[in-house]
Ligand binder design. Structure first.
Ligand code: ITT
Length: 200
């Protein structure tokens, strides 16, 4: 059997890599930048998911050969005018601290009956330092009053997707992998790569 084509994910978030690998690991060898110490730290200075996804994919594909896929994602909460959005990973005051992020979200929504929210994901595919295509996915749902469930990461314990009476953390990877913002963007990216026919 020929080796699987390689797809590098421009992330240091092991949860994102694991979810992407779980979804497409039979079609690509999925690696992330933690496997390549020469990769620079990319500063996310953009004001939109697309700008940040572009910075990450183009920045990493300048130093690594082959296809690079980035994922910039976040939670948009209706009662907060779409916040935390692009700034989801540091909403609680400390980059990547999910406990603080969830606590701040519950505080901001205390007493509010409007609970609608969505996860958004924008992915960029790049090669040789240049964007080749971008894709987006969203999943609608609502924010509950206290964390529930033990799977996933980030805001998963507070997010119930529409049509389900359980959070992403309770539903687990298989259901999240069918419904999520990330899986919806990824399905388009995979289709693009398969059509491009030059995955190596
Ligand atoms: P990279 O930039 O290295 O990819 P990151 O975690 O900093 O990793 P983002 O800048 O895209 O990634 O921020 C995404 C944040 O949005 C993440 O830290 C979570 O707080 C939240 N988030 C995104 N997708 C999520 C998901 O599927 N479930 C729960 N929270 C999610």
């Amino acid at each position: 059997m020929p080796p699987l084509p390689r797809l590098i994910i421009a992330t240091r978030n092991a949860h994102k890599t694991a979810e992407i690998r779980e979804m497409i690991g039979d079609r690509f060898e999925v690696l992330d930048v933690t496997a390549f110490p020469e990769c620079p730290e990319i500063e996310e200075t953009g004001n939109s998911f697309l700008e940040n996804a572009r910075l990450k994919a183009e920045g990493i594909s300048r130093v690594l050969e082959g296809w690079v896929l980035s994922d910039d994602s976040g939670l948009e909460v209706d009662a907060l005018g779409g916040a935390p959005g692009v700034w989801s990973s540091s909403f609680g005051g400390e980059e990547g601290n999910h406990v603080k992020n969830n606590a701040r979200l519950l505080e901001a929504l205390a007493g509010k009956t409007q609970r609608g929210a969505r996860f958004h994901c924008t992915m960029v595919l790049a090669r040789n330092g240049r964007e080749q295509a971008n894709f987006s996915g969203t999943v609608e749902g609502r924010i509950i009053d206290a964390p529930q469930g033990g799977h996933g990461f980030g805001y998963d314990p507070l997010f119930m997707p529409d049509g389900y009476g359980a959070t992403f953390s309770e539903l687990g990877g298989e259901v999240k992998g069918r419904l999520s913002h990330r899986s919806r963007a990824l399905a388009q990216a995979v289709k693009f790569l398969e059509t491009a026919g030059n995955n190596g």
